[in-house]
Design a protein around this ligand. Structure first.
Ligand code: ADP
Length: 219
């Protein structure tokens, strides 16, 4: 089942922006931080914001943290506390635990503890920005495996009015357009008769090479 209720531990830059985005998407978020100031800043914007030490088992139990679907440990200023908070969330039985790591070793320790997803925000953002810098039309991408990805690209002026059959991406480049996103709505699995217009967003799936060929050839 999709997570509905989130507990975010550590309301620094990463934790607070993640918590606010979840709120924007309509989810319930409990934010926990041991600094009063951080809690005060967020208290109006989250479902609940509580000042507490997330490494204190008694407090975490009394907050009912185990009833949340997903717990995110966003403590980046102290590895020991991040690890203790992650252990506690796992022990309390939260279904999905996500934690931010500040170093490779920290990430490895979190994985060994059974954290379901370890993220490296600075490293991941660096990689993302590098891709966006060298591919001007690239909005976002997801790596499916080492060799395959899904990318979101802005349709350039040169493709304006072209149908998917004219572009013939599967035969020409080896990748497929799986969705079109435009102001009037999203077209999932577009047909050969659908047209692209300048400013639309295309979602393309394929091998890294095929997508590179598509970007270089068509864009
Ligand atoms: P960022 O780099 O995303 O700004 P920080 O590492 O600066 O993240 O912030 C981490 C936050 O986690 C801080 O607001 C800090 O008060 C909070 N924090 C650290 N340890 C604990 C803890 N044991 N319990 C609750 N909050 C904590």
């Amino acid at each position: 089942m999709k997570a509905q209720q989130f507990v975010v531990i550590g309301l620094g830059r990463f934790g607070s922006s993640l918590a606010l985005e979840l709120m924007k998407m309509g989810y319930e978020v409990l934010g926990i931080d041991h600094h009063e100031e951080r809690v005060d800043e967020m208290s109006e914007q989250l479902t609940h914001a509580v000042m507490a030490d997330a490494t204190d088992e008694g407090i975490m139990r009394s907050l009912g943290v185990r009833n949340f679907d997903c717990g995110i440990v966003a403590i980046g200023d102290n590895m020991e506390r991040s690890i203790l908070a992650a252990i506690l969330l796992k022990e309390l039985g939260i279904k999905q635990v996500v934690a931010k790591a500040i170093s490779v070793l920290h990430g490895r320790a979190l994985s060994k503890l059974g954290v379901d997803r370890v993220i490296f925000p600075e490293k991941d953002m660096g990689i993302r920005v590098a891709h966006q810098l060298v591919t001007p039309h690239l909005l976002d991408y997801i790596e499916i495996s080492k060799d395959y990805k899904i990318v979101e690209l802005i349709v350039p002026a040169c493709m304006n009015g072209k149908s998917l059959s004219e572009l013939n991406t599967r035969a020409k480049y080896g990748c497929s357009i799986i969705a079109l996103n435009r102001e009037s709505g999203i077209i999932v699995a577009p047909t050969a008769h659908d047209h692209l217009y300048k400013g639309d967003i295309v979602v393309v799936i394929g091998s890294n090479d095929s997508i590179d060929r598509f970007e270089n050839g068509a864009m």
